[in-house]
Design a protein around this ligand. Structure first.
Ligand code: GAL
Length: 386
């Protein structure tokens, strides 16, 4: 019989030990290993709970600055307990360079979010798309579909949403340009008012509204909404999706005009809608913001920075990407955020923290280590550092 070499045996033992070591807690900011021990490659992620499993979808980044554009596609992982993740491979692959596809290698494909459509039985993935070689000018949102959660997803199309549609609560007189509005200086009170009264909505009325950082939210009644940073990232737009979740109905509204919000993440708790966002400082973190509303159609009331404690002013060096409802636990949401590393994007880190509430005020507190028991009753005010 052939002798097995010692180094091979050692490696096998190490691999088995690694697999046997099941994680039982979250460690925000630490390496998040998949079943091969490799740091998850799912940036700007969103998550879906489907038939007893969670699926995480995010931007697959590569090393070096080239990794800031899409070289591979959207990576998927699955988990039963949210702590231990299995690599499910590339759910949506970029098209070959030079193919002329809107999602060809080298495009910018960010913040993928997947939802399941009960009517069609399809998994629908939305993401922010910038066309190759155009920087962030195209400002499009795009959709892909699959019949299995893990894919493969087929690219459908991209949109500049709501072309030819005025938003809800938009006064008829705002449909016409106002005298002198083009000469207004940015960030002055007069300019802010002009933005709130449709300066950019009018500009993009015919071609469709800009759409950059985005999320998708499905309400209890099955209606889905697309929320995106629009109007040069000045104003968020919330737009209703069609019944198949693959297009826009044309019903939409603005949120926080000229408020300069991006990285939207939305959840519903006790009949109220909560929106978390960041300011607009590119890859650099800033203080998060929060909003509450009794209807997705507003009005949305600002509630300030939900983060408290040391590093709250940089949201613990992170930027929001998703609020994940924990299955089987009431009002339990995980705040998912990115620590971007634009010089070496594959090294970007993840912050997952429990979102808690003090009355209507959403709260984020740092924890070096925490687990899902934090959501059990009686709910402690803050996760306990261990
Ligand atoms: C961030 C945004 C990221 C990415 C980046 C590009 O503000 O949240 O998703 O678009 O800008 O600079």
């Amino acid at each position: 019989m052939k002798k097995t070499s010692l180094p091979f045996l050692l490696l096998a033992v190490l691999a088995l030990t690694a697999r046997a070591q099941q994680l039982t807690a979250f460690r925000p900011g630490a390496v998040l290993p998949d079943n091969h021990g490799t740091h998850l490659n799912a940036h700007g992620a969103g998550a879906l709970y489907d038939k007893g499993r969670y699926y995480l979808f995010g931007e697959h980044k590569i090393a070096g600055p080239t990794g800031n554009s899409a070289q591979v596609g959207v990576h998927c992982y699955s988990s039963k307990d949210l702590y231990n993740w299995t690599d499910e491979g590339i759910a949506l692959a970029v098209a070959p360079a030079g193919s002329g596809s809107e999602i060809e290698q080298g495009c910018v494909l960010e913040r993928p979010k997947v939802v399941f459509n009960k009517k069609t039985g399809q998994y629908v993935m939305w993401f922010h798309l910038e066309l190759k070689g155009q920087g962030y000018k195209a400002a499009r949102t795009a959709v892909a579909v699959a019949s299995h959660a893990t894919g493969p997803y087929q690219y459908v199309r991209s949109y500049r949403p709501d072309a030819g549609q005025w938003p809800q609560s938009f006064r008829p007189e705002w449909q016409q340009p106002q005298p002198g509005e083009q000469a207004l200086t940015w960030w002055t009170p007069a300019w802010r008012q002009a933005v709130a009264q449709g300066l950019f909505v009018r500009r993009d009325f015919a071609p469709g509204q800009m759409a950059r950082d985005m999320t998708i939210f499905v309400d209890d009644d099955g209606k889905a909404y697309h929320v995106s940073a629009s109007e040069e990232n000045l104003t968020l737009h919330l737009a209703e999706l069609t019944d198949d979740y693959q297009g826009f109905t044309g019903k939409w509204r603005t949120i926080a005009p000229a408020g300069h919000n991006e990285a939207p993440a939305l959840c519903k708790r006790g009949g109220k809608y909560y929106l978390l966002t960041s300011g607009c400082t590119g890859w650099a973190p800033n203080a998060a913001r929060s909003f509450v509303a009794s209807s997705v159609w507003g009005p949305w009331q600002p509630l300030g920075n939900p983060a408290v404690g040391p590093d709250a002013d940089s949201t613990f060096h992170s930027q929001s990407t998703y609020l994940l409802p924990v299955a089987g636990k009431k009002d339990a949401f995980i705040f998912m955020a990115d620590r971007w590393a634009p010089k070496n994007p594959i090294a970007g880190g993840y912050i997952w923290l429990p979102l808690t509430f003090e009355g209507e005020q959403p709260r984020l507190r740092w924890a070096d280590r925490w687990d899902l028991r934090v959501f059990d009753q009686p709910r402690p005010k803050a996760p306990v550092n261990q």
